[in-house]
Design a protein around this ligand. Structure first.
Ligand code: ZN
Length: 222
């Protein structure tokens, strides 16, 4: 669940960054608009002054100032237009990353729902298995159950190992032939453990039964 939430962080960061860029772009547009305003005010002021100058030189100087102010105003206007396009571009980006985030949120919500369903199913299975285990454990002699629990702590979920081909199939340690022989003996109640890993050994090889009645008329062992 935490991993799923973490997946959203990237999308959220992208939205925050885009919004921040948008704010900055707006601030810059505002500043450029003010520049235009200031150059226009200045040029207007020079025009007003030019009607009252006395000398030709002063008039020329003012005309020069007016031209400069107008050129600067025009330059600033171009920058405002450029900046307006930048603002639009950033606005598109904000919309884009916001859509991405919504999409990711929906996907994650679906993923989480799926996880909850799986969790519920697994929990049910675990409860059923635990109940089943309790029933089985009741039939196991207490001493053996204690041993099993101890070995299970060392090898969780794998306390028992098959002895086959003269080996512990869990760790590969050799199992002595006489131990194998004992495991295959129906009447033997002794518990053998692997000398290396300590797991409780068992065998799946057929244990020869004391001849039952069926063998006599050939119904079994066919
Ligand atoms: Zn072993």
């Amino acid at each position: 669940m935490r991993e799923a939430d973490a997946k959203l962080n990237g999308a959220r960061t992208a939205v925050t960054a885009a919004k921040e860029a948008h704010t900055q772009a707006l601030t810059r547009r505002k500043k450029l608009e003010l520049d235009v305003e200031q150059w226009k005010v200045r040029s207007k002021k020079y025009r007003e002054q030019s009607s009252s100058v006395k000398t030709n030189e002063a008039y020329k100087a003012l005309q020069h100032e007016i031209a400069t102010a107008e050129a600067e105003a025009s330059k600033a206007e171009d920058l405002v237009l450029e900046q307006m396009m930048t603002v639009e571009e950033v606005e598109r980006r904000v919309k884009h990353v916001e859509a991405d985030l919504r999409e990711a949120e929906q996907a994650i919500a679906a993923e989480k729902k799926q996880m909850q369903v799986q969790y519920g199913e697994k929990k049910k299975k675990m409860e059923a298995a635990t109940a089943e285990r309790e029933v089985i454990a009741k039939k196991v002699p207490e001493e053996l159950l204690t041993l099993y629990t101890r070995v299970d702590k060392r090898h969780p979920g794998w306390a028992m190992a098959e002895a086959r081909d003269e080996q512990c199939r869990a760790c590969g340690m050799r199992v002595l032939p006489h131990v194998l022989q004992m495991l295959k003996t129906e009447t033997d109640e002794e518990v053998f453990r692997c000398e290396m890993c300590g797991r409780i050994l068992y065998t799946l090889e057929p244990i020869p039964h004391a001849a039952p009645k069926e063998t006599a008329n050939g119904a079994a062992n066919s």
